[in-house]
Design a protein around this ligand. Structure first.
Ligand code: SF4
Length: 169
């Protein structure tokens, strides 16, 4: 996979994860959450079809300012193969990776082998913000989440300990 369907890009953001980060928004999502804040990005054809290397070069221009990169959307796990390749390049620069997903961590683990690229992508991620956006649970949402059902998960620790470990932010 050499290309990604990109819906948007932020060079520097402080609200999509811990520290200053570049953010890659991918196009396409089937979760159809009520009150979706990125409605246009649900369309798999939205935005531009971009070479992964070009996305990486844009990220690289923000080094050393940024602490990491965040994958958002849309649904990043719909373009898992491409994002996994991008993640490998990002990891080469010693940057951490956050990823937002409408799937739960448990669902991803359960379906890891059945979906192309999911395993590679999950193992590249440091922090996963999981779960669909729930418009009825916005009130108690913590920083970096949209609704209180979403969790900020330390992926490496969770895999190691075989249980969900919430990241202290
Ligand atoms: S997961 Fe995100 S992009 Fe997808 S429908 Fe829900 S809020 Fe919208």
């Amino acid at each position: 996979m050499r290309k990604l369907q990109i819906a948007g890009f932020l060079d520097n953001s402080l609200v999509n994860g811990s520290g200053l980060r570049s953010v890659v928004f991918v196009a396409g999502c089937r979760h159809n959450c009520k009150g979706c804040h990125n409605l246009a990005m649900q369309d798999f054809k939205y935005g531009d079809n971009v070479n992964i290397k070009d996305v990486f070069f844009r990220i690289k221009k923000n080094i050393p300012l940024i602490k990491g990169v965040t994958f958002s959307g849309g649904e990043p796990f719909e373009q898992a193969n491409g994002l996994k390749n991008l993640a490998t390049m990002i990891k080469g620069e010693k940057l951490n990776i956050w990823c937002y997903t409408g799937y739960t961590f448990e669902y991803i683990l359960k379906n890891l082998k059945a979906n192309d690229g999911w395993e590679g992508l999950l193992y590249s991620i440091d922090v996963l913000v999981d779960g669909r956006f729930d418009i009825n649970k916005m009130k108690d949402a913590i920083k970096y989440t949209g609704s209180s059902n979403q969790r900020i998960i330390d992926v490496k620790e969770s895999i190691k300990k075989n249980k969900v470990i919430i990241l202290k932010t």
